[in-house]
Design a binder for this molecule. Structure first.
Ligand SMILES: [Zn+2]
Ligand SMILES: [Zn+2]
Length: 397
């Protein structure tokens, strides 16, 4: 592995920063302390800072030479509403909140890169290091863009990175095209007519109608969608009724839809609505249909992906880069940035969990798990990737 020496020297400080952020996790748009830490470090290293985009977002501006070209590197800062079950010293001090997705590590890796780029970076142009809030459902990337990220910081391309448990430390995964899914929510309420459970003929039973709709919806996945296209429709909550002897007025179904393309999403949404409305009509009931599109699919751009792959090759060798990694049905709001700018999002291997210190909770070292911990071995690898990517993107002539 060809890591950058000064970054290796800086490893223990990066680890300290990472563990400090881990101990004080903050949720969507509440990353007050975290963004203060980020801004303070950047300022300490002489890097000008822009604050306030996306409420708690921070952008460091690192300029070298006279070139007009610019590139953006992005990390997310927020934690999750999870009660950490690890008991090692840097475990969360905030009850019910935890860095269970490794955004603490993402912040530390990008800070490490910023520090090096500002002191020793060999490039011509501007590197924007973007620390965004609220990736976990809040759409912080979109909020920063709405607040002028790409106008205040005009950049040609933007790159993202996420740690990935199950991929070896020192390895990367990426793929051109769709890599993560769109995430969408629905809430559908069947409105029938309540009755005594022993006199069903006097009412319109919304539970039976909801069951019919739920069954029929699965035929969208198996009968309407092209089998070569990916799509998930999961009903995750069903709510109805309050007693054993009362037919309720209403039955609600809540859940998520994931797809890799807008075309498949359009199809699923439209068929869900048709099935819900027509099934309800067939039973003389009514339906409230709410469908919310949260994050679009994350689509890596071909040119920037090849570019990123070359950079990864130069650091860890071609044998440690899976350039056709299996996409995941998880979602990521970096997708919004890739709708506006060319770029590429990569997975950096977090290993299989053996790095965790004594005191880690029982359970897999998976993202969004209460026993998860970011692997500090990645800090110099991720920081080196960011540096080499920026330097290669903005070469000195
Ligand atoms: Zn997450
Ligand atoms: Zn995450």
């Amino acid at each position: 592995m060809k890591l950058i020496d000064p970054i290796i020297q800086f490893h223990s400080e990066l680890q300290q920063i990472r563990r400090d952020i881990h101990a004080y996790p903050e949720l969507c748009f509440e990353e007050k302390r975290t963004s203060d830490v980020v801004a303070q470090k950047l300022t300490e290293w002489g890097i000008p800072v822009l604050r306030g985009m996306g409420v708690t977002g921070v952008v460091g501006v690192i300029r070298k030479g006279n070139g007009n070209r610019a590139v953006g590197l992005r990390a997310d800062m927020d934690a999750l509403p999870v009660q950490e079950i690890n008991t090692f010293p840097h475990a969360s001090k905030h009850t019910g909140k935890m860095h269970a997705c490794g955004h603490d590590g993402h912040v530390a890796m990008l800070l490490g890169a910023a520090h090096y780029l500002s002191e020793h970076g060999q490039f011509d142009g501007t590197v924007y290091v973007i620390f965004q809030p609220a990736e976990e459902g809040g759409g912080g990337a979109k909020r920063m863009m709405d607040d002028g990220l790409f106008t205040q910081c005009p950049m040609e391309a933007v790159f993202g990175m996420h740690n990935w448990p199950g991929i070896d430390v020192g390895a990367f995964g990426v793929t051109s095209g769709p890599m993560m899914a769109s995430s969408n929510e629905f809430e559908v309420t069947v409105k029938g007519k309540g009755a005594h459970a022993a006199q069903p003929h006097k009412g319109i039973d919304p539970v039976m109608i909801a069951v019919q709709i739920a069954q029929s919806w699965q035929t969208i996945i198996t009968r309407n969608k092209n089998p070569l296209d990916a799509g998930v429709l999961s009903i995750t909550q069903i709510h109805a009724g309050s007693a054993t002897n009362i037919i309720p007025d209403e039955a609600a179904m809540i859940g998520t839809v994931r797809t890799f393309t807008t075309e498949v999403l359009d199809l699923i949404e439209q068929r869900m609505r048709t099935i819900a409305e027509h099934t309800a009509a067939a039973f003389d009931a009514q339906v409230d249909f709410e469908f919310t599109r949260n994050y679009p699919p994350l689509i890596n751009h071909a040119r920037e992906t090849s570019f990123a792959v070359e950079v990864m090759h130069s650091i860890v060798g071609a044998q440690n880069v899976d350039a056709q990694v299996e996409p995941t049905m998880g979602a990521e709001d970096f997708a919004f940035m890739l709708q506006k700018k060319p770029g590429c999002y990569v997975f950096i291997g977090n290993g299989n969990g053996e790095h965790r210190h004594s005191g880690h909770g029982l359970g897999p070292c998976n993202l969004h798990n209460p026993s998860y911990d970011f692997n500090d071995e990645l800090l110099p690898i991720g920081a080196t990737y960011w540096v080499r990517l920026a330097e290669a993107y903005l070469p000195k002539n």
